[in-house]
Design a binder for this molecule. Structure first.
Ligand code: CAA
Ligand code: NAD
Length: 302
């Protein structure tokens, strides 16, 4: 009997309806993989323009995938997936029926907390809340919710288009929540790993200091972005060099991460040297050079 019970406990509630907040680079990708793999998805953002932008990202990506998987009927493939996606700018309406909320909005603790605080009042009691934050403390985001929801709160950190998802458990995340998130990420054909609620979790704790040091290297005039990228691709086997990756991830997002970590360094949670502010990065963000999303970063991307 105890084995059966353990089996039961290990299974989380089934997720069928997912609401994604933020129709940017990440939110669009998350909505897409959900819709491609049998979930009913609601995509929500603050403006219609942002939603349109998200739908454009999704249909372009689907057309690329269809070219490989279903070249005879690209439109049919795209339509079948798009059928599973609804959009709305009304946050309260967006979570009405959700089993899972995945938040992929701007990397700001305050804005994320405001959103989850609002959703906590309107979402179903059983609804799981997850944040796609790259660098913030999941527990600090979850504090915007009541205790009952905090058990159903975790980090769900995607790396589109790659297979990995990091599931971040806070000290309050329940086993059932963790299992439900494992199951839904596997359904989305992703490979989950789990990590404690530490700055940067696994990938970014290693990757962000590496990208920041690459910028410092260029700032010090030691090498050009092109040469650093060539070196890391041909000398270390990385698929993209650090500057291609910075343009891909977004310079604004990278800057938010480094600024947030400067505070964590004050608390002794990460070493100060790794997160020292970089004038060149801040200057580029101020000039609107965000990388791929703005068409200009370390490289011109058209
Ligand atoms: N969602 C899901 N899957 C997608 C997708 C999307 N939006 N777009 C593409 N894919 C799938 C494709 O279907 C394809 O799958 P199959 O192999 O099963 O056909 C696969 O992803 C590869 O896609 P493409 O063929 O279009 O692209 P590619 O082969 O040229 O590779 C790349 C593109 C994967 C991005 C590759 O260049 C790469 O590995 N780059 C490194 C990217 C990286 O390191 N990212 C880390 C980001 S760090 C981060 O995200 C940190 C943070 O929090 C800030
Ligand atoms: P993005 O700038 O492309 O998109 C953010 C979207 O959120 C925008 O469309 C914006 O209008 C919307 N938004 C802002 N405030 C909102 C609100 N209150 N309600 C609803 N929508 C709102 O950003 P992104 O690169 O997709 O990053 C989103 C999140 O994912 C961040 O937390 C980031 O750290 C994380 N992340 C980013 C990457 C990456 O490679 N860029 C990887 C993993 C995780």
């Amino acid at each position: 009997a105890s084995t059966a019970m353990m089996g039961q406990e290990a299974k989380g509630p089934k997720v069928e309806r997912m609401t994604v907040f933020g129709a940017g680079l990440m939110g669009a990708g998350i909505a897409q993989v959900g819709a491609q793999n049998g979930l009913k998805v609601v995509l929500s953002d603050v403006t219609d323009k942002a939603l349109e932008n998200g739908l454009t990202i999704i249909s372009k990506s689907l057309a690329r995938i269809a070219k490989k998987k279903q070249p005879d009927d690209i439109e049919g493939f795209t339509k079948a997936v798009m059928k599973n996606i609804e959009t709305t700018t009304d946050a309260t309406k967006a979570v009405e029926n959700a089993d899972l909320v995945v938040e992929a909005i701007i990397e700001s603790l305050k804005v994320k907390r405001d959103l989850f605080g609002l959703l906590d009042k309107t979402a179903k009691e059983s609804c799981i809340f997850a944040s796609n934050t790259s660098s913030l403390s999941v527990k600090e985001i979850a504090e915007s919710c009541q205790a009952a929801r905090r058990e159903k709160f975790a980090g769900l950190h995607f790396f589109n288009p790659m297979k990995l998802v990091e599931i971040i458990r806070t000290s309050e995340t329940s086993e059932a929540t963790f299992q439900a998130l494992r199951e839904v990420t596997v359904q989305m054909k992703k490979s989950p790993v789990s990590c404690k609620d530490t700055p940067g979790f696994i990938v970014n704790r290693l990757l962000v200091p590496y990208m920041l040091e690459a910028i410092r290297m260029v700032e010090r005039g030691e090498a050009t972005p092109e040469d650093v990228d060539t070196a890391m691709k041909l000398g270390a086997g990385y698929p993209m060099g650090p500057f291609e990756l910075l343009d891909f991830v977004g310079l604004d997002t990278t800057s938010y991460i480094s600024q947030g970590w400067a505070e964590k360094a004050e608390q002794g949670l990460i070493s100060k040297e790794l997160v020292q502010p970089i004038p060149m990065l801040e200057e580029m963000v101020k000039e609107g050079r965000m990388g791929r999303k703005s068409g200009k970063g370390f490289y011109d991307v058209s």
